[in-house]
Ligand binder design. Structure first.
Ligand code: SF4
Length: 329
């Protein structure tokens, strides 16, 4: 069984920080199915789209077919409270716990560590998202990672894009920042204005894994690779597999073919005064909140139910009280 970032794991797979729709029920299912490690969704000091009046979806399904899922997620959309609750669930399940953070400066990174890193087994620092937050190149963020590593009591895991791994000396980068492990991801993060995206494409997983296969074999720091939940033919190349958001669809049992739609350039906001109303037959909610017909309680407006249920089974509606409607004695 692999050792990763100094941790002795019981299996060769877990959940990556790219499961933006992570829920306690999903964590319990993964642990019962043999996952030995879970990363929190990557968090920044605040959601770049944070707005007290408006909510923004976290997930968009672009297509689903024989070749797998093409989807867009919204990194940095989890709150400190959500991540704190997820870490508590992971602790109860006895799996290795990794806090994933992105920051554009050391002050923000330390604020996250102070708020959340107590008792975690390791901290992941996402280089790609941190570059986007800082508006700086990888050299700046590598220096930031080194400063962070020097202050941490837990091991630091460096997360890098597999697309760029050929262009830098990954082993030297890990040594320079004193990283205990590397996570490579084939999924691409990008930013348009305040909107941060991660594109999950079935085509990218094997293509980019081939591109880093040789360097994977030669590295003496432990390495994990982010991959999709469907059977991955190149799995034997990976010492540790970390599944991405496609695991959510597999867990939900979603298997409805979907023709390709366009990839949006921004997320459409929804007034937080509106509530999700589920009709009979609606069933897909990663948080397990749809329990028959009616308004959904505790909803975070992640948008997954609108993407996955049949059209018309889920709607947004205003919940009117007698005073709203002018009624009363
Ligand atoms: S009801 Fe829909 S929008 Fe609300 S948490 Fe569940 S999937 Fe997300």
């Amino acid at each position: 069984m692999p050792r990763f970032a100094g941790l002795r794991l019981n299996s060769d797979w877990g959940l990556s920080s790219e499961v933006e729709l992570l829920s306690p029920a999903l964590l319990e299912h993964a642990a019962a199915s043999g996952a030995s490690i879970a990363f929190t969704p990557t968090i920044a000091v605040s959601d770049p789209l944070r707005d007290p009046q408006v909510g923004y979806a976290r997930f968009k399904l672009i297509s689903y077919g024989d070749e797998g899922v093409l989807a867009l997620t919204r990194p940095l959309s989890s709150s400190l409270d959500e991540v704190s609750r997820l870490l508590a669930v992971m602790r109860g399940l006895g799996i290795a716990r990794v806090l994933s953070v992105a920051a554009g400066n050391l002050k923000d990174a330390l604020a996250l560590i102070d708020a959340l890193a107590s008792g975690v087994d390791a901290v992941e620092f996402d280089v790609g998202l941190s570059c986007l937050l800082a508006g700086e190149d990888v050299a700046y963020v590598r220096e930031l990672a080194g400063e962070l590593s020097a202050t941490l009591s837990a091991p630091l895991i460096l997360k890098l894009s597999a697309a760029g791994a050929n262009l830098i000396n990954v082993a030297k980068t890990a040594a320079d920042v004193n990283a205990a492990a590397i996570v490579l991801t084939p999924n691409v993060v990008y930013k348009i204005g305040r909107h941060f995206f991660r594109l999950h494409s079935a085509h990218m997983y094997p293509a980019l894994l081939f591109s880093v296969a040789e360097s994977l074999a030669a590295m003496d720091v432990s390495v994990a690779y982010v991959t999709r939940a469907e059977q991955e033919p190149l799995a034997s190349l990976m010492p540790l597999r970390l599944l991405d958001v496609t695991y959510v669809l597999q867990w939900l049992g979603y298997a409805t073919p979907r023709a390709r739609s366009s990839i949006p350039l921004s997320w459409r906001g929804v007034s937080k005064s509106l509530r999700v109303y589920a009709r009979a037959g609606a069933r897909y909610c990663p948080y397990g909140l749809i329990r028959g017909e009616g308004f959904v309680e505790g909803c975070n407006l992640c948008g997954a139910c609108f993407e996955l249920n049949e059209p018309g089974l889920v709607e947004l509606a205003a919940l009117l009280t007698p005073s709203d409607s002018g009624g009363g004695p």
